[in-house]
Design a protein around this ligand. Structure first.
Ligand code: BGC
Length: 549
């Protein structure tokens, strides 16, 4: 089980009395803060921690714009702090996975600065995707691609003599120029970055935008961008009805010359060999928003990466048949390459699942989130949890003046897109008022925390029967016993999902009426269970004698 730490929002070792705390700026999480809170993760029962990017970066996309892959941003600490975090985690029995951002650099990266200073056509520009514009005077972008964060995917530069010049590609923000992975220098550099962190002892990598590295070589126009693609075999995006982060998940274009090109797999074959050079089970997990279970499975063929995120459950509506379809189709596709799927319900790019499932009723959202998590944790394969979900944190409606996500900045509310800040609000650790122990002192964290989060803090939930934190702790403890057992069956009756392993029954009631519990000893339920009945929006694990004996 891997726990995602969003570095800015986990724990700030600084104080608000100094402007600059231990790790950097007060009010922003940092590496020493994470190190000090690792015992929480050990007590929770996680196996590995994934840290979002902490490298040198102007922070236009909160670290997903890397200016130096081999150094820690002063905001978060130093390389010595990273070493200290690794050593402490390993002492506590936790593995550490770091984020690798290979699709693009920051525009502040030395390579991009050299490219801007160099003349068109030179080797400095060949590390990125610089092209002449179309139309009179090259005034039009080289093609019609759109940025994931809104607006065109191309920005024009000014040449050294002050004249309007070439255009560069950025599938995300203008401050995130895409690298040209057809240039061998790029692959060599990123291999050296992998080795830099492997040498320091990291256990693995989460590969950002893993499906984007190679673009169709022609950089041709996309056919009818934005047009819906009827009849595609892809997950529904319907449940993302709450505001925020739709751009990350909505893939409505039929023709995608910028994503999931066959050549990208050569990169992962090479990285497989790099990882194999190191002792222990070093691994990498692909963040690949692919269109189908089969295209997802291609990232984890035997000679490629070890895991790939399976976003299908996260995209599915609250419905037992939809969950059944996700479990069956993901397992079928992954079985074809000899792997189990991964499972994830929340991350730093999507609306938290306690809010996604709420349909306007926060209590229902939390009940469903707990039930979905308990069910997911019974499935074979790695599960990924996002910080704060163990507290039942909801999505926060961050006021426009506080929003920082470049997706908000570029969309400015177009299509209802308000950005991803709402799932990134700093963790409440203790106390009754912000900053809830996130930072020492009394000042405000980088995103304001709601005034009513006191009862959700780690301190408030610890040892409290039925709290979300204790549910997660118990579920992760039991999971160690059951996760390795094969899934014997998964089926739906009405709107109730049933999973069966040798001596475990899991029932998830997505319907509106209570349903009878299976016979056996109740191990854990996500909500109150009375009179042998499982209420709506609730899941349970029951220990039952193996069938047919
Ligand atoms: C990350 C996002 C980031 C984007 C660009 C993603 O998929 O998860 O948070 O904005 O890549 O790097």
């Amino acid at each position: 089980m891997v726990y995602q730490v969003y570095v800015r929002s986990f724990a700030d070792a600084g104080t608000h009395d100094d402007e600059h705390g231990a790790g950097g700026e007060a009010g922003v999480g940092d590496l020493p803060g994470i190190t000090s809170r690792l015992p929480h993760l050990r007590d929770l029962g996680v196996d590995a921690v994934w840290l979002t990017p902490f490298y040198r970066s102007p922070q236009h996309d909160h670290g997903y714009d890397v200016a130096d892959y081999r150094d820690v941003d002063p905001l978060f600490g130093t390389l010595a702090d990273a070493d200290d975090l690794l050593a402490t985690a390993h002492d506590l029995g936790l593995k550490v996975v770091v984020d690798l951002v290979p699709n693009h650099t920051s525009s502040a990266h030395a390579w991009f600065q050299q490219a801007l200073a160099a003349a068109p056509g030179g080797p400095e520009r060949a590390r990125y995707l610089f092209r002449d514009g179309r139309g009179t005077g090259g005034d039009e972008p080289p093609n019609n691609w759109r940025s994931v964060f809104g607006g065109p995917a191309w920005t024009r530069v000014e040449e050294a003599d002050g004249t309007p010049g070439q255009w560069y590609l950025h599938l995300f923000d203008t401050s995130q120029p895409d690298l040209d992975w057809r240039n061998p220098e790029v692959g060599d550099e990123l291999e050296s970055v992998l080795r830099f962190w492997l040498d320091r002892g990291v256990d693995g990598f989460r590969v950002d935008v893993a499906h984007g590295l190679l673009k169709e070589a022609s950089l041709r126009d996309q056919a009818d961008p934005g047009a819906p693609a009827p009849g595609r075999d892809e997950p529904s995006t319907e449940p993302i009805t709450e505001p925020g982060s739709r751009s990350m998940v909505e893939r409505t274009d039929d023709d995608e010359p910028m994503w999931d090109q066959p050549e990208v797999h050569d990169v992962y074959r090479r990285w497989h060999r790099v990882l194999a050079d190191y002792p222990g089970d070093r691994m990498a997990v692909a963040e690949a928003w692919t269109r189908t279970p089969d295209s997802m499975a291609r990232y984890v063929r035997a000679d490629e990466l070890q895991q790939t995120f399976n976003f299908a459950w996260l995209l599915a509506p609250w419905s037992a048949p939809a969950f059944l379809e996700v479990v069956e189709s993901s397992r079928r596709a992954l079985a074809g390459v000899g792997r189990e799927p991964t499972w994830v319900l929340s991350n730093h790019d999507v609306v938290r699942h306690a809010t996604r499932y709420a349909d306007g009723d926060p209590a229902r959202g939390l009940a469903r989130a707990r039930a979905a998590t308990l069910t997911m944790l019974a499935l074979p394969g790695s599960a990924y949890l996002y910080q704060g979900e163990e507290l039942g944190l909801p999505q926060v409606d961050v006021a426009p003046e506080h929003r920082q996500d470049p997706s908000w900045v570029r969309h400015r509310g177009a299509d209802g897109e308000i950005g991803r800040d709402g799932c990134r609000v700093p963790m409440p650790w203790s106390g009754q008022a912000p900053p809830y122990g996130f930072s020492r002192g009394t000042g405000q964290p980088w995103l304001p925390q709601p005034d009513d989060w006191g009862p959700l803090s780690v301190e408030a939930q610890t040892g409290v029967d039925g709290s979300t934190l204790e549910l997660y702790r118990e579920a992760l403890r039991l999971r160690r016993r059951y996760v390795g057992r094969p899934l014997d069956s998964v089926l739906v009756e009405g709107d109730v999902l049933h999973l069966a392993k040798a001596d475990l029954r899991v029932v998830l009631n997505c319907g509106e009426q209570p349903v009878a519990l299976p016979e056996g000893e109740m191990l854990l339920a996500s909500g109150p269970v009375t009179d042998g009945m499982l209420p709506p929006d609730t899941a349970c694990w029951v220990s039952a004698p193996p069938r047919g004996r």
